[in-house]
Design a binder for this molecule. Structure first.
Ligand code: URA
Length: 301
């Protein structure tokens, strides 16, 4: 068996695990995926340049938020990074309440932060009420020079305890999705969320973040993106997609899939959230189509 065949066999096994099967495997023999697009993907309407809107909150999304609109991040050039501002995080004390925590994120300050400053600032953030219930904030994890950035919605129960993104069942499926792409957590990949602290309802159950919570947290993700400079972003689910694209929170994910979007000129592909795919495994094949689109959107090096 040739090395290629062994590779394909391995990928087949992974795709079986994903519940997709070898029918969706990328074609390697004789051509790269970019040269020989998957016919399924090719049939989809890839509209490069569509929705090149600023990645900040649009008036639509901002209107759902009572906070001041978050302005787009300035992309820091590598040479500018040396001059990034060093700001001291404000520690959270147990005595602080949600009311006291209601301080808007200082976007201009965040947009100048280095990794070393940003992480402790996020860990001690009090910009919205989610800080009240957190055990650990979930900053994000992976290769800080990643080519692939995967963005989820927000931490759940396990992530809040461990301080790491996607550590539960949905995380296992995400790992399998990465493997199917020939990737691994931390290797060319970075995983982050729209909000860094776990949103819960009055019964302590997970819930989607509100527009206010997204607006408070988004500057952190914008800064992470500016620092990483990924070549492609995969938005996992509706919250990630509409938050990054500045669209209405009610936009169905079905309207967002199948198109090549952009965040600050970085190709952005929308796919289903792994937790949704666990509930609806029949849609895994569509998610694979999305991932193939993301692979093809990767600029040629
Ligand atoms: N779901 C998400 O969106 N993010 C996580 O980190 C975990 C579950």
């Amino acid at each position: 068996m040739s090395a290629f065949d062994q590779h394909d066999q391995h990928r087949n096994n992974l795709l079986q695990e994903l519940g997709i099967g070898p029918v969706w495997q990328l074609r390697h023999h004789g051509s790269t995926p970019a040269e020989a697009p998957d016919p399924v993907v090719a049939r989809m309407s890839v509209e490069a340049g569509e929705l090149k809107s600023p990645p900040s909150l649009t008036p639509e999304l901002a209107a759902q938020s009572s906070r001041p609109q978050v302005m787009p991040q300035e992309e820091a050039m590598p040479q500018q990074r040396a001059a990034q501002a060093e700001a001291k995080p404000k520690p959270v004390t147990e005595a602080e309440t949600v009311a006291e925590a209601d301080t808007d994120t200082d976007t201009s300050l965040v947009s100048a932060m280095s990794w070393e400053v940003l992480q402790p600032v996020v860990e001690s953030c009090r910009a919205c009420g989610l800080c009240k219930g957190r055990s650990k904030s979930v900053f994000g994890t992976g290769d800080r020079r990643a080519t692939w950035l995967f963005v989820g919605e927000g931490p759940g129960y396990n992530e809040n305890l461990q301080g790491l993104p996607f550590v539960g069942a949905a995380g296992q499926l995400l790992d399998n999705m990465l493997k199917a792409l020939g990737l691994a957590r931390g290797d060319q990949t970075y995983i982050a969320n729209i909000v860094k602290c776990r949103p819960t309802d009055e019964n302590g159950k997970d819930r989607p973040p509100t527009a206010d919570e997204i607006a408070a947290c988004l500057p952190y993700l914008h800064r992470q993106i500016a620092l990483i400079q990924p070549q492609v972003i995969v938005a996992l689910g509706k919250t990630a997609a509409v938050s990054l694209l500045g669209m209405n929170l009610e936009t169905p994910v079905g309207q967002l899939r199948g198109k090549l979007h952009h965040f600050n000129d970085i190709p952005l592909v929308v796919t289903y959230h792994p937790a949704y795919l666990l509930r609806k495994p029949a849609d895994k094949s569509k998610a694979w189509v999305d991932l193939c689109m993301a692979m093809q959107a990767m600029p040629a090096n």
